[in-house]
Ligand binder design. Structure first.
Ligand code: GLA
Length: 378
């Protein structure tokens, strides 16, 4: 009897011990680097940032792409919650901008043109009549960035010089982006830029999240809260009309947590035009600084994502253009609405809307924005 109890107790200790090891993902916190592919004859390096809770963020110097984010659910089981590919080549090309830094101008510029200080600039059109996410050639999502680990902070720093005239934009723009993973399970993304000629700038991060785990079905059952009383309605080309419309009484009211799928296909002009949610929400703020933009939770796993930012707005995009043509990690197919993006940014097409908050960076000024993705489970 005693012996039997001893065996049961030992088995329990071993099992619980095993579970703890499995769940805590114990290998050491820090930054690791590995070779992940080749681009323009240069090695693509994948940085793995790992904190003391076993949370991991994998990001590469090609496009600053976040390739994986591994976080626990309410039971402590880890999963990768961002869409992506197993190799760097898998992102070449990357039409949905999966995981990438987008710029110089994230989102759309109407008719691929803007006027600044009396001069008209023409950009490549890559989205019907518009320029989307900065153009076609040397845009942030598809260039090699200089990179180095930030060891004392558990992070990585990316730097890129966008040259005067790149994709039609003025000025040599020196861009720095850092990803730092904290021990409070926050991924802090910091953007900094300077220029030698006045130029528009709007940068964002284009990760697609699925809190159930990437490739694990659609995101329609996720609950979303967006801290915004107003959004910028769009025309048929997804260009803001200039109006700031209250969300109240519309299917874009996420001021209280609501399932994404509840109203996504409502017969509301903005949802019809966006083929679902693809809208810029104006964040409610009391002043400058970090403010909560959105909170998303997945009832199945309990995983929660909170997005805070210094930026004025957030584009909530529900992967309406994913159509099953992209095969992601381990052969999983990414179908319509298999991921959502919360792209903190300025309003789309601001260079053509003088009444929107300005996106013009001038010589002598420093552009600085911060966004934090905080992961937890409930
Ligand atoms: C942004 C846009 C979407 C779409 C994606 C990329 O989120 O708002 O309309 O273009 O990028 O597929």
């Amino acid at each position: 009897m005693k012996l039997q109890r001893f065996f049961i107790a030992t088995a329990l200790v071993i099992t619980i011990g095993g579970l703890l090891v499995a769940q805590q993902n114990t290998s050491k916190a820090g930054v690791e680097q590995e070779r992940f592919g080749v681009r323009d004859g240069r090695p693509v390096i994948l940085y793995t940032l790992k904190n003391s809770h076993g949370v991991e963020v994998h990001a590469m110097n090609y496009g600053g792409i976040i390739q994986a984010i591994r976080v626990p659910d309410r039971k402590g089981n880890f999963a990768d919650i961002v869409l992506g590919h197993d190799t760097a080549e898998g992102y070449m090309p990357n039409p949905p901008y999966i995981g990438a830094i987008v710029g110089r101008y994230a989102n759309r510029i109407a008719n691929g043109t803007f006027t600044l200080d009396g001069k008209t600039y023409n950009l490549p059109k890559n989205d019907g009549p518009n320029t989307l996410h900065g153009g076609t050639a040397r845009t942030f999502d598809k260039v090699m960035w200089e990179s180095q680990p930030i060891k004392d902070k558990n992070g990585v720093l990316f730097e890129f010089l966008s040259k005067d005239g790149d994709d039609g934009f003025p000025g040599n723009l020196k861009m720095k982006v850092s990803y730092v993973l904290t021990d409070s399970n926050e991924l802090v993304i910091d953007y900094e830029a300077t220029t030698d000629k006045a130029t528009p700038i709007n940068v964002s991060q284009h990760s697609y999240f699925n809190l159930k785990g990437e490739g694990n079905g659609d995101i329609l059952d996720h609950e979303v809260m967006i801290n915004a009383d107003r959004f910028t309605p769009v025309d048929k080309n997804l260009i803001p009309t200039g109006e700031l419309r209250p969300v109240k009484g519309t299917p874009l009211d996420f001021t209280k947590p609501t399932r994404i799928g509840t109203r996504i296909d409502d017969n509301y002009d903005q949802l019809v035009l966006g083929h679902g949610y693809d809208h810029n929400f104006v964040i409610n703020r009391k002043g400058p600084g970090m403010t909560l933009a959105a909170r998303v939770s997945d009832p199945t796993t309990g995983r929660v994502l909170e997005v805070s930012t210094t930026q004025p707005a957030v584009q909530f995009y529900t992967g309406n253009f994913l159509d099953g043509t992209v095969t992601g990690k381990e052969g999983r197919v990414y179908k319509r609405r298999f991921g959502f993006c919360l792209e903190t940014q300025h309003y789309p097409d601001s260079p053509n809307h003088p009444d929107f908050p300005t996106t013009i960076l001038k010589p002598g000024e420093t552009f600085h924005q911060t966004t934090a993705f905080k992961f937890s489970a409930k």
